[in-house]
Design a protein around this ligand. Structure first.
Ligand SMILES: Cc1cc2nc3c(=O)[nH]c(=O)nc-3n(C[C@H](O)[C@H](O)[C@H](O)COP(=O)(O)OP(=O)(O)OC[C@H]3O[C@@H](n4cnc5c(N)ncnc54)[C@H](O)[C@@H]3O)c2cc1C
Length: 390
């Protein structure tokens, strides 16, 4: 429901109404806690991102009323084919290997975020759109938060602030420090049309000049192609035929040939983490806690697991513990293994595959072949991609 009069105090303030903040607000809407979600924008802008969500992410969204086939138009991902250009190394992850109907689904970011906001507005969660948080002051018993609303500046206190805003407010926190690793890379995004149906197969191809991923998206693929910022700018300006020829040359025989390309966009990439995901009266989730390279398609999957773990903990804890250091330390313990493993896995994929040395290339190829021929290893990996580290 839209919050018409901003309160002066709440138990929990959620900052950011992206998919992660929305999932927490929705899960807590039926709890005894007073919760307000503030979202800076009035509406979700168009966004070229197509996201690969795991089967487990779908289940989490579905359980909380945020999955709707008609609104999200999901495209099933049945297999993921991973290969390295110029070598025989390849492996394939398969939904049947881990007894699932699908490994995951591609959905558009804008469709997911818009649907989530609509569900919150129509339901019991309290949400205020067009209300950016501009300042957070952490105090021992609560946080004092300044909001910019249509009616002017407003201050409220909250026993706990959940930052789900992508990390833009980290500079206000006295006990949490960001760490940024610049990859010197950008993602080129484009919708591309295959000559033959994709049959729900996603492709991850490690080419010498950067990895490229093809996610089945409707009848097309969404391309995510990692390049240096200079080369990304060149790719955006290439005539369509040259762009397609370059992609097809990198894919070789591993994927269907691409015959058309839609609008192209580019996105700067970096790894952003923090020295702690909890601080005094504050907890970070989703991209605020870790912003990952999209190469493995894990950022939102990880963020949704943050959201579910935190919301379950808050809903199930005695009132007196809300926002206390012990409760936040427990959340941090619950999330650290999964978050660290996925963050390091994603980062090492970039480091491992960007090294052009021929011996390393051979070793990588052997690694992919080994994974392909050892069933338990492949299944274990697929399970971890779907469910995270548990
Ligand atoms: C090219 C690309 C491809 C990707 N592909 C995948 C993929 O295949 N699979 C996957 O799992 N992940 C993928 N990701 C990652 C995924 O997009 C993010 O992990 C996800 O969007 C994070 O969700 P979030 O809710 O934490 O943050 P966001 O989606 O960034 O939402 C943050 C919200 O906070 C609001 N906000 C910001 N500042 C304030 C403020 N001061 N006050 C109030 N509100 C504020 C914003 O308006 C926004 O609505 C990809 C990312 C990129 C860039």
């Amino acid at each position: 429901m839209h919050c018409t009069a901003l309160p002066s105090h709440v138990d929990i303030l959620i900052v950011g109404g992206g998919p992660v903040g929305a999932l927490i607000a929705q899960r807590l809407a039926a709890s005894r806690l007073s919760v307000l979600l503030c979202e800076a924008r009035f509406s979700v802008p168009d966004d070229p991102r197509a996201l690969a969500l795991s089967h487990a992410s779908r289940e989490a969204l579905e359980k909380n009323g945020l999955w709707d086939d008609a609104a999200l138009a999901p495209t099933p991902i049945r297999r993921v084919h991973v290969s390295q250009a110029g070598t025989l190394g390849r492996t394939e992850l398969n939904a049947a290997d881990i007894d699932l109907p699908e490994l995951g689904y591609t959905v558009r970011y804008a469709a997911l975020a818009r649907h989530a906001q609509r569900v919150l507005l129509d339901g019991n969660a309290s949400i205020s759109l067009g209300t950016p948080v501009t300042r957070i002051r952490q105090l021992p018993r609560y946080a004092a938060v300044t909001l910019a609303s249509e009616k002017g500046e407003h201050t409220l206190t909250a026993r706990l602030v959940i930052l789900a805003e992508g990390g833009k407010l980290l500079g206000d926190l006295h006990d949490i420090h960001p760490r940024v690793k610049a990859y010197g890379q950008s993602a080129v995004l484009a919708e591309v049309t295959p000559a033959t149906p994709h049959d729900g197969v996603a492709f991850e191809r490690f080419a010498d000049d950067g990895p490229l991923a093809l996610l089945p998206d409707g009848r097309n693929f969404m391309l995510v192609w990692t390049q240096t910022p200079e080369r990304a700018a060149e790719k955006l300006a290439l005539p369509e035929a040259d762009f397609l020829a370059q992609i097809n040359a990198r894919l070789g025989q591993r994927a269907p040939q691409l015959v058309a390309v839609g609008a192209r966009a580019s996105w700067p990439l970096a790894l952003k983490t923090v020295d702690s995901v909890v601080g005094q009266r504050v907890v970070l989730v989703g991209n605020a806690a870790q912003t990952l390279h999209p190469v493995a398609g894990q950022g939102l999957n990880l963020g949704l697991r943050d959201a579910i773990t935190l919301a379950e903990l808050l809903a199930g804890s005695p009132d007196a513990q809300l926002g206390e250091a012990a409760q936040l330390a427990r959340y941090k313990r619950l999330r650290s293994q999964d978050a660290n493993l996925v963050t390091h896995f994603t980062d090492s994929l970039i480091t491992l595959f960007e090294t052009p040395h021929p011996l390393l290339k051979h070793a990588r190829s052997l690694g992919l072949l080994a994974m392909d021929s050892v069933g338990p290893m492949r299944r274990g990996f697929a399970r971890r991609m779907v469910y995270g580290a548990r």
